[in-house]
Write a protein that binds this ligand. Structure first.
Ligand SMILES: [Zn+2]
Length: 163
């Protein structure tokens, strides 16, 4: 059914209700208190548990995994698909990965990568700088079953996540 507007709107001062501003306090609440593992396409807890069993002998305990906060705009030049906050044991995955075209094994790869940070200690160079993706880390990372496929997919599809 098509609905046509019959009365012409006066081009005067009627302002749109400002939903944007109304939404802001909710976002802050969500950022601080709420963790969300269940996405539209992927449940991160399921992914975490599977990878934990498959690659880490279920040894990663008391970790929280959550989709990160949704942003209004896509990132422009680069995107961080995952991060880990060791102090609080929180792994965050970028919500843009919760899309139909993203293969499950790619999401699993991103989760695996963050979990590996919890498992493989960082190193420090002689100047005391922290190295997170050191040779030992990268070597273990390549043990992920779909590593090569994931890296290739990432290179081919990165543009779809950026503006
Ligand atoms: Zn990393």
């Amino acid at each position: 059914m098509k609905t046509k507007r019959t009365t012409k709107k006066k081009p005067t001062t009627k302002r749109k209700p400002s939903k944007r501003y109304a939404a802001i306090p909710c976002e802050i609440v969500q950022r601080q208190f709420e963790f969300n593992t269940e996405g539209r396409y992927f449940d991160l807890q399921t992914v975490f548990d599977k990878i934990n069993a498959q690659y880490f002998g279920n040894r990663l305990r008391r970790y929280t995994i959550t989709w990160g906060q949704k942003r209004r705009k896509k990132p422009e030049a680069m995107i961080v698909f995952g991060s880990i906050q060791e102090e609080d044991r929180i792994i965050r995955i970028h919500p843009l990965l919760d899309r139909e075209f993203v293969p499950r094994w790619y999401v699993e790869y991103v989760v695996f990568h963050e979990m590996l940070h919890a498992f493989v200690p960082d190193r420090y160079d002689s100047a005391g700088r922290r190295i997170v993706h050191h040779e030992g880390f990268l070597k273990r990372e390549r043990s992920f079953r779909f590593y090569k496929r994931a890296i290739e997919w990432e290179q081919d599809n990165l543009g779809r996540f950026l503006r």
